[in-house]
Ligand binder design. Structure first.
Ligand code: SAH
Length: 465
């Protein structure tokens, strides 16, 4: 397993001081199940790369797991652990780069907080949740992420790609921040910690998560996976993370959204919803798109990456949600054409708004169920009679599927703010009525894993005229 850390720019040489490792030497450290080597493949004036190579011993790994025969004897000796980024790498980071992770640098203390253009590369990462998860974890922290699926065997291209990714993470920040993110998030990506997790692991999570985890949109998933799905530890960690936030309606809305995300098993459904909606928008040929009820901007973040969209406008009634979106999209750092391409509007979908007219397409993802049923008429008039984009992609939960969510008590809705959740028949009746009244055609698509009897967790209507 190989991790490289590259610093560039005028302070690049600071990397050696921060890591407390001399660029001219190869240094080796013993680990519980092997060895770690540190060396520098590159050390010039304006770019320095340090490499941490883990040399894990598969026999020592098995010795560390007495009695475990899960997967059979062969699996105990032959597995991906020595080759991929996992909790072993986090342990090595803490042992070998402990001073850098703790923010200590005797010789050059000013470097500890100096932002450097940094790039981390993990040659092989296990990423349970795919590229989408890697992005969901690192992008909110400001990283540019590249994720490339690795071929099973370069000599046999026909075998296709394997489950592992080569990950690149770039960002300008202090090294200690990047190391803390890697330390926490590598085992989260892998979701298979090699050691027993107890109370002290909550302390570690909070210590290394300080300053970023409390505001991370995936903090629930991060805490859960980091703590090996132990429900009590995860609850404790999350309670302590939000303890200082006080309570206000917007924060409650966030907590509710998280609960909904947890019930819907977070990333996967969210993601397939977003990719499906974006696919529809792309295929419609739209150049200008609205994200109505954009919330915290997760869909916007993906829309921005699609070159074919020339103008993207998010609308929401919650200022707080818009602020999160603005930060997520780094809007205050954009200029010129990039800045003109994206805007956020504070407004309600229940009142006609001329700023929203003249767009090719609109997404309205998981919004209508937040409206009081008696306001649906106003929503319909505003969107389908006044705003009238050529294509409207609208999603809402399929209530029939709720019995499949193990953590959702019978009869409850997925989110405390939902005013209703419709069956497929209810949604289709409403949508066909709307389409007919306003001269649109409509088709329905399931989103997420299909249950033969209950349908998919999310239902989508695509209206076009
Ligand atoms: N589309 C986002 C957010 C869904 S949550 C996503 O899929 O993640 C519903 C969003 O609708 C919230 O952000 C809420 O503030 C917004 N919303 C609710 N009523 C609204 C209204 N009348 N006008 C505009 N936005 C509204």
């Amino acid at each position: 397993m190989l991790l490289t850390l590259r610093a560039s720019g005028p302070h690049a040489q600071g990397l050696g001081y921060l890591l407390h490792k001399h660029p001219d030497k190869l240094q080796t450290y013993p680990l519980s199940a092997g060895r770690a080597h540190v060396f520098y493949p590159q050390a010039s004036d304006d770019a320095v790369t340090a490499a941490l190579l883990l040399d894990l011993d598969p026999i020592a790994l098995v010795r560390g797991r007495p009695g475990s025969t899960e997967g059979g004897l062969l699996d105990r000796y032959v597995n991906d652990r020595p080759y991929i980024a996992s909790s072993f790498l986090s342990v090595a980071i803490a042992q070998v780069f402990g001073s850098a992770l703790g923010g200590r640098c005797k010789d050059r203390p000013e470097l500890v907080t100096t932002p450097l253009p940094l790039e981390a590369r993990l040659v092989a990462a296990s990423c349970r949740g795919g590229e989408g998860l890697a992005r969901a974890l690192f992008e909110p922290l400001g990283y540019s992420v590249t994720a490339e699926r690795i071929s099973l065997d370069e000599r046999f291209p026909a075998w296709g790609k394997g489950p592992h990714f080569a990950l690149g993470l770039s960002r300008e920040c202090a090294l200690r921040e990047m190391l803390a993110h890697l330390y926490v998030l590598i085992p989260v990506l892998d979701d298979d910690k090699h050691y027993w997790v107890g109370e002290d692991e909550v302390e570690k999570l909070l210590r290394h998560g300080e300053g970023w985890l409390a505001d991370h949109p995936e903090k629930e998933l991060i805490a859960r996976r980091y703590l090996k799905h132990a429900p009590r530890l995860t609850r404790d960690a999350l309670a302590r993370l939000v303890a200082d936030e006080g309570s206000d309606p917007d924060a409650d809305a966030e907590a509710n959204a998280e609960e909904e995300a947890a019930i819907e098993e977070t990333v996967s459904l969210n993601q397939s919803r977003q990719t499906t909606v974006i696919g529809e928008l792309r295929r419609s040929g739209a150049k200008t798109v609205l994200d109505l009820g954009c919330g915290e901007g997760k869909l916007m973040q993906m829309l921005v990456r699609e070159k074919s969209f020339e103008r993207i406008v998010g609308v929401d009634v919650s200022l707080r949600a818009l602020e999160v979106t603005r930060d997520r999209l780094h809007m205050d750092r954009l200029s010129g054409r990039k800045a003109e391409r994206i805007s956020l509007l504070h407004g309600s979908l229940l009142y006609r708004d001329e700023r929203l007219e003249g767009f090719d397409a609109a997404a309205c993802v998981e919004v209508i169920e937040h409206l009081e049923p008696f306001r649906l008429g106003a929503f319909e008039r505003v969107l389908f009679a006044a705003t009238r984009p050529r294509v409207i992609v609208l999603t809402t939960p399929n209530a029939e599927y709720n019995v499949r969510f193990a953590s959702l008590p019978a009869g409850r809705m997925r989110h405390k703010d939902h005013r209703f959740e419709w069956t497929r028949a209810e949604f289709e009746t409403w949508a066909r009525g709307v389409a007919e009244r306003h001269g649109y055609g409509v088709r329905f698509e399931p989103v997420g894993p299909m249950d033969e009897a209950l349908g998919a967790p999310t239902q989508m209507a695509v209206f076009s005229r």
